[in-house]
Design a protein around this ligand. Structure first.
Ligand SMILES: Nc1nc2c([nH]c(=O)n2[C@H]2C[C@H](O)[C@@H](COP(=O)(O)OP(=O)(O)OP(=O)(O)O)O2)c(=O)[nH]1
Length: 136
């Protein structure tokens, strides 16, 4: 059996707005929206990986707030773990520096305005429930 590799994703919140990021690569994922984040490196704590990935991809200083319970299968061998996260005081605002070509802050009524990656939909549903947004 292949080892699972954890991909950490951030539900980065500003009040009740959620940041969605449009992937620019690879071709099979490009144009679809996801939770910014990436693979946990060997020996790395998942919440540290989240902070590192957000710094690399978005140029922000963020903190992981709370794990959203659950684990969602991605392409084998990856599984998605999600944390809510927020910007630290003084952090620059997010910019699409790496892996993404557009960012959007979505209010609860507009969470489903973007075409999320299919495999992210269950995780986004869980976040929507926490934000009191309508289920899709
Ligand atoms: N970051 C992220 N990756 C996701 C999500 N949904 C999903 O299927 N994936 C996939 C895309 C990739 O196959 C894998 C994570 O890849 P990544 O490219 O974001 O990770 P990374 O920054 O560590 O990548 P790299 O160092 O290998 O370039 O998980 C999601 O919501 N967020």
């Amino acid at each position: 059996m292949t080892e699972r590799i954890v991909v950490v994703g951030a539900a980065l919140l500003d009040g009740d707005r959620l940041l969605a990021a449009r992937r620019s690569a690879p071709p099979e994922l490009a144009g679809r929206w996801e939770l910014p984040g990436g693979k946990v490196e060997p020996g790395e704590r998942p919440d540290d990986a989240l902070v590192r990935e957000l710094r690399e991809e978005l140029g922000i200083e963020a903190e992981a707030v709370e794990r959203v319970p659950g684990e969602w299968p991605l392409k084998n061998p990856y599984v998605l773990w999600v944390w809510t996260a927020r910007l630290r005081p003084g952090s620059p605002g997010p910019e699409a520096l790496q892996d993404h070509d557009e960012l959007r802050w979505l209010t609860p009524g507009h969470l489903w305005d973007v075409p999320w990656l299919d495999q992210d939909v269950p995780a986004v549903r869980e976040i929507a429930a926490r934000l009191g947004a309508q289920a899709r």
